[in-house]
Write a protein that binds this ligand. Structure first.
Ligand code: NAD
Ligand code: UFG
Length: 338
């Protein structure tokens, strides 16, 4: 079995490479390194003993993709490559639509030309409308996205669903991730955001290690148990294993299938800060600030479809997520150092 992983040097991609290699799957990475470091792939080799084959380049480069597909016979593709920063997408919408949709369109064109019609797509809980009751089910209402990034995932799902409808040979898993956090338990790979982190866990970790003075908790007046935002955080290694399970599914089932990957449990910002402090015995100074535009109070998954279809469920605990994040952050205070 041979798999092309676009965006494989990134946060979720590098953890997925480890799980693919550990499952004896030949792993080929295509990444332009616009938001990652090639060092992550060296670390994948350190963990697994095997280097993924690496092509440096852009998924939108059709000539390059054509060459990669001519040099390799892939059973399927996992498509992580894309831009993912919500506030940046508000400032640079055209760049987001061009990258996230352009890469998906070129990839599908070249895949079809080479008769490779199995795809795992990185979607997001952001495709769900804020009007839904919790937990979010795969058939909950979608749309009303609050930012261009969210729309690129919504439209990406639409494009892929239409492709699978037009040509019933396609098998596509639309994996809707909730909030991936944590790091490989070796501490060798983890999340290394450029600039000031937008997301909670990297901000907590950088505060604990002294790179940030203090965390601002965005809002403590939500209708939640302690007034702070509630999310469904899942360990990135569990998420990576979900991709291996999804490959098993699309080898056997055609069509485009949306599947939530989450734990089904809501955790508040204060739960997260307190667990991180307690598990790691470190201080995380914080203060309260106003709500962040576009945030919802609560977001968590109904996770039973993944169990039913993929035989997958998240196994790691919140303590594991906090411990593994800290092992990565404290042994790599500047991430990959780029
Ligand atoms: P990441 O930025 O660490 O990884 C994305 C990788 O894609 C990077 O290595 C980047 O260099 C590469 N890339 C971007 N555009 C490219 C292009 N045109 N050609 C080649 N390579 C390109 O992000 P991540 O957190 O690992 O996310 C992976 C995927 O999962 C993304 O599609 C993201 O939108 C999606 N997702 C992430 C989250 C999250 O919270 N991390 C949640 C839901 C969905
Ligand atoms: N938060 C803070 N302080 C911070 C950062 C975050 O209090 O410095 C809070 C947020 O207000 C929210 C919670 O922590 O209540 C989680 O915020 P994140 O930014 O970590 O995660 P989001 O759920 O807001 O966003 C994530 C992904 C997006 C995706 C979205 C919906 O980062 O890409 O889920 O799926 F669009």
């Amino acid at each position: 079995m041979k798999v092309l992983v676009t965006g494989g040097a990134g946060y979720i991609g590098s953890h997925t490479c480890v799980e693919l290699i550990n499952s004896s799957i030949d792993t080929v990475v295509l990444d332009n390194l616009c938001n990652s470091s090639e060092k992550s792939l060296d670390r994948v080799r350190e963990i697994t003993g095997t280097s993924p084959v690496f092509y440096k380049g852009d998924v939108r480069d059709e000539a390059l993709l054509e060459r990669i597909f001519s040099e390799n016979e892939f059973d399927c593709v996992i498509h992580f490559a894309g831009l993912k920063c919500v506030p940046e997408s508000v400032k640079k919408p055209a760049e987001y639509y061009e990258n996230n949709l352009g890469s998906t369109l070129v990839l599908c064109k070249v895949m079809a030309r080479h008769g490779c019609k199995r795809l795992v797509f990185s979607s997001s809980a952001t495709v769900y409308s804020a009007v839904n009751e919790m937990p979010l089910k795969e058939d909950s209402i979608k749309g009303d996205c609050t930012n261009p990034y969210g729309w690129t995932k919504y439209m990406g799902e639409r494009i892929l669903t239409d492709i699978a409808t037009a040509d019933p040979e396609w098998a596509i898993a639309l994996l809707r991730y909730f909030n991936p956090i944590g790091a490989h338990e070796s501490g060798l790979i983890g999340e290394d955001p450029r600039g000031i982190p937008n997301n909670l866990m990297p901000f907590i970790a950088q505060t604990a290690v002294g790179r940030r003075d203090r965390l601002t908790v965005f809002g403590n007046d939500y209708n939640t148990k302690d007034g702070t935002g509630v999310r469904d955080y899942l360990h990135v290694v569990d998420l990576a294993k979900g991709h291996v399970a999804a490959i098993g599914y699309i080898m056997e089932h055609k069509g485009a299938e949306p599947i939530n990957l989450g734990t089904g449990t809501g955790i508040s910002v204060l739960d997260m800060v307190e667990t991180f402090k307690q598990v790691n015995q470190v201080d995380v100074p914080y203060g309260f600030g106003p709500r962040r535009a576009g945030d919802v109070a609560t977001c968590y998954a109904q996770a039973d479809k993944a169990k039913r279809l993929l035989g997958w469920r998240a196994e790691k605990t919140l303590e594991d997520m906090c411990r593994d994040t800290w092992r990565w952050q404290s042994s790599n205070p500047d991430g990959y150092g780029e």
